[in-house]
Design a protein around this ligand. Structure first.
Ligand SMILES: [Zn+2]
Length: 428
């Protein structure tokens, strides 16, 4: 019989603060095949790191290849090597929950094809996420600035305003002009265009988001208009002409304007910190959350959501969340990267960081099956971490349940004003 704590975590709707979910029509018309549904997520990087060649993994995920037996057999050795990683555990959860497969095998895959076809039907995406995964709502970064009410689930699917091109120092000028009607000639008109982006999207958007750590250092410093103006002029003349320092200058300036607009429009600002998706390219000095300190100290009225627990810089993240009232820690994707460390990180936060500042889940996936698995994985490891607190006599079960409620739902409702956003979406 499950404990009251386990039962609470299992049955409480979980807020999902970060996905890259594809839309309903894309899921139905052009969604994942069976192998993509199982392996077309972060585990593909683990398979390469375990020694499966990139070409073999590409074949696994090539929907045009009809021979699923051969596609799987090519990676089977690497799969056995990664089945116990967080990513591998999530694949095993998908296999069990969606296809009833205890062990992934070539025979089992062939037998699962009809079940997979049933999952791709209209409405299944929402059903998998809301009913089966028991998610409260989902916040998606679909990599664009525009945010619209999603007719496939108006009070369930929410979107971030993507700010990453600005912060990379590589604004997509033609697209911004097309979206806003503002012709960008100089810093003043760029600022006007940014204001227009917020005027158009902020009422529907759930947050602003930037993952510039994939392209540049997180290190930020204040840049004056006088510094940024000539850089923008050069960029408008020839986008290829900027040096790395120029891009950092324009990017830092643009991040500051985005944060100011997020404050004005009462939206949290999410920033990717820590680990990279993929393999073979991560510079660990780019991704330290502590690089953001000058920004955090300058904008005390902002709500900064630092994503992925800054993995592997957990110590730094505890210190930031403890020190800065405007910092929230998002555990999105962290449980699948390194579930054990994430559980320990949570336990350290419990005893160092105010409990209103943690968001426990985001899957960071494209497809609902993976989001379901990552949610299930989070529930298991969250239960384990909180149960350990109870077993060690650091929390009573009642206290552990109260914390779980905060981390899973209440904190997100407060920080992202979820109730108001749900009302606004449905009214439109
Ligand atoms: Zn992401």
């Amino acid at each position: 019989m499950p404990s009251a704590l386990a039962d609470f975590i299992q049955t409480t709707p979980l807020c999902d603060t970060h996905e890259h979910l594809r839309k309903e029509d894309e899921y139905v018309d052009n969604g994942p095949d069976l192998l993509q549904n199982l392996f077309g997520n972060y585990v593909s990087a683990d398979l390469v790191v375990a020694g499966a060649g990139q070409a073999t993994v590409d074949r696994l995920l090539n929907a045009a290849d009809p021979d699923i037996r051969a596609c799987f057999t090519g990676v089977e050795r690497a799969w056995q090597a990664v089945r116990h990683t967080g990513y591998g555990e999530a694949v095993r959860i998908i296999a069990r929950e969606l296809y009833g497969m205890e062990e992934i095998s070539a025979d089992g895959l062939e037998a699962a094809l009809p079940r997979h076809a049933a999952l791709r039907q209209p409405g299944q995406r929402l059903h998998i996420l809301r009913e089966r995964a028991n998610l409260d709502h989902i916040q998606t970064d679909d990599f664009v600035r525009a945010c619209a009410v999603d007719p496939s689930g108006p009070d369930f699917f929410f979107y971030d305003i993507s700010w990453v091109n600005f912060v990379n120092g590589q604004p997509d000028i033609a697209a911004i002009t097309q979206e806003t009607g503002v012709t960008i000639r100089d810093l003043a008109t760029l600022r006007q265009a940014m204001e227009a982006v917020f005027a158009q999207n902020a009422a529907v958007a759930i947050a602003v988001k930037s993952q510039h750590a994939y392209n540049r250092t997180l290190r930020w410093r204040e840049r004056s208009d006088a510094e940024a103006a000539p850089v923008l002029d050069a960029y408008l003349r020839d986008p290829g002409s900027l040096s790395v320092d120029d891009r950092l200058c324009l990017g830092d300036w643009s991040l500051a304007r985005g944060v100011e607009l997020a404050i004005a429009h009462d939206l949290p600002f999410k920033i990717h910190t820590g680990y990279y998706a993929g393999h073979s390219r991560m510079p660990v000095d780019y991704i330290k959350p502590g690089h953001l300190c000058p920004l955090l100290a300058k904008y005390l009225d902002a709500r900064f959501v630092l994503m992925h627990i800054g993995y592997p810089y957990g110590d730094e993240m505890v210190a930031l969340a403890k020190h800065y009232p405007n910092v929230y820690v998002d555990f999105c994707w962290a449980w699948s990267i390194d579930p054990f460390s994430t559980g320990n990180f949570l336990r350290r936060c419990i005893h160092a960081v105010p409990s209103n500042k943690l968001f426990i889940f985001g899957g960071d996936t494209s497809w609902p099956g993976a989001a379901l698995a990552y949610a299930s994985q989070t529930r298991r490891w969250l239960t384990r971490a909180l149960q350990a607190e109870v077993t060690d006599g650091l929390l009573t079960e009642v206290e552990a349940i109260a914390l779980a409620g905060r981390y899973m739902r209440e904190n997100q409702y407060d920080c992202f004003r979820v109730e108001a956003k749900k009302r606004a979406q449905v009214a439109r």
